[in-house]
Design a protein around this ligand. Structure first.
Ligand code: SF4
Ligand code: SF4
Length: 404
């Protein structure tokens, strides 16, 4: 493990706020590597909670029926206005997933030309500039580890993309040996509404689609190949960790330094020559060992408390690596009952803070695992993770227009 300044590649633009440069730990290999206890195998997307939700009792239909019931009962935070905002946020996502995502696609104007031997260092800098210009909040590059590619299409992504049928094997050509991983920050204030409807998750899917498909178009116009993805084709979290964008947390989500777990991830597979970033350690694994706030607040008890295990609860987890496996179906069943998705674990996490100077200063302690229990105690005492039940963050929450 080495100590190094923030910049990791020549002209590194992974993080737009690099003015906050200070010492951080760079790792020769991702932090999860030391927790591998057995043979890791590629994961079948049909075993994810989302895919199982499609085939095990048609849970999506039930969730949407429950959301309609919430509208009819005028439940605060789940009214027709909230519901409309949720669906509005998804508009671009619905279109792009059916046309662009998880597909190879051809260039639009390129007539067969291709950049000749672009310098990987310069190209990486350019790609990061473009990703940030398109709207990504962080961007990293990694060499593709084929272990992270799903073995087969699952029902959920097959249903939303129409790019393949569930059960079709996924064989990404070896040529796609680089992944550009983009991080999209969800708004801190809006996410505080959860488990009421919070449309921030939904609009992020549209931003993921916009950024990934636009970046793929850019790469194709240079004469190279690119496949834009949100959650499709492979496991985004280990790819983001490999790309130096964060670490795995107890709640099973990516934890970034800048935004904690309050992010979504998109990715572009490509054959463009790019320099991989270096994995980082930001102290999350040791922090989570001493904190279990997410497990305590999870309404479905899907998040494990106590030490890690390398056993799987069921087929929705991978065995052979020490971590805190999620009870995926318990989590999803709670969404179904709630009538909308849930981000309580993200809301209550002490790392979920606005990326302000004050919180960046406190983070210096958290990253170094200093006073961890004290930080967690004061975080709860000060009410940082509490739900925001006010419906007045926007004028459109006027109750006079929620009655049907
Ligand atoms: S999303 Fe909600 S139900 Fe699922 S793990 Fe997080 S807190 Fe628990
Ligand atoms: S709430 Fe605590 S234990 Fe859970 S992911 Fe956040 S830091 Fe880790």
């Amino acid at each position: 493990m080495g100590l190094s300044l923030w910049a990791r590649n020549p002209g590194d633009l992974s993080r737009p706020e690099s003015a906050q440069e200070y010492l951080m730990r760079l790792l020769p290999e991702p932090s999860y590597k030391k927790f591998i206890t057995g043979e890791l195998k590629r994961f079948d997307e049909r075993d994810t909670g989302f895919s199982r939700g499609v085939v095990e009792g048609n849970k999506y239909t039930v969730m949407h029926e429950n959301s309609v019931r919430n509208i009819e009962k005028l439940i605060p935070g789940k009214t027709i206005l909230d519901h409309a905002l949720w669906v509005a946020g998804r508009t671009v996502d619905y279109i792009l997933r059916k046309k662009e995502m998880a597909r190879e696609g051809a260039p639009i104007y390129n007539r067969g030309y291709r950049l000749e031997n672009p310098d990987p260092s310069a190209m990486t800098k350019i790609i990061k500039e473009v990703a940030l210009w398109l709207g990504a909040d962080l961007v990293g590059v990694t060499k593709l580890n084929p272990l992270w590619i799903y073995t087969h299409w699952g029902h959920h992504n097959a249903m939303y993309t129409s790019a393949a049928e569930p059960g079709i094997p996924i064989n990404l050509p070896e040529e796609y040996d680089r992944v550009i991983v983009m991080i999209h920050e969800m708004d801190h204030e809006r996410l505080r509404r959860t488990p009421a409807v919070e449309s921030e998750t939904d609009i992020m899917y549209s931003k993921m689609g916009w950024c990934a498909s636009s970046l793929a178009t850019y790469i194709r116009e240079l004469g190279f190949r690119a496949i834009p993805c949100g959650n499709e084709l492979g496991l985004s979290i280990p790819m983001a960790i490999d790309a130096g964008l964060g670490e795995l947390s107890r709640m099973g989500l990516l934890m970034t330094r800048e935004f904690g777990p309050r992010v979504r991830i998109s990715k572009v597979f490509t054959n463009l020559p790019l320099l991989p970033d270096t994995p980082v350690e930001i102290g999350i694994q040791r922090f989570c060992e001493k904190c279990s706030v997410c497990a305590e607040h999870c309404p479905s008890r899907a998040i494990m408390s106590g030490p890690r295990t390398d056993k799987a609860w069921d087929r929705s987890n991978s065995a052979g690596i020490l971590k805190w496996p999620l009870k995926a179906m318990d989590c999803f069943n709670w969404w179904v009952a709630n009538g909308t998705h849930c981000s309580i674990c993200i809301r209550v996490c002490p790392w979920n803070k606005p990326n302000t100077l004050f919180h960046r200063s406190i983070r210096l302690l958290a990253e170094r695992n200093l006073f961890t229990k004290g930080l967690v105690f004061f975080d709860e005492l000060l009410g940082y993770g509490k739900q925001d039940k006010r419906n007045d963050y926007s004028a459109i929450q006027d109750p006079s227009v929620t009655k049907l």
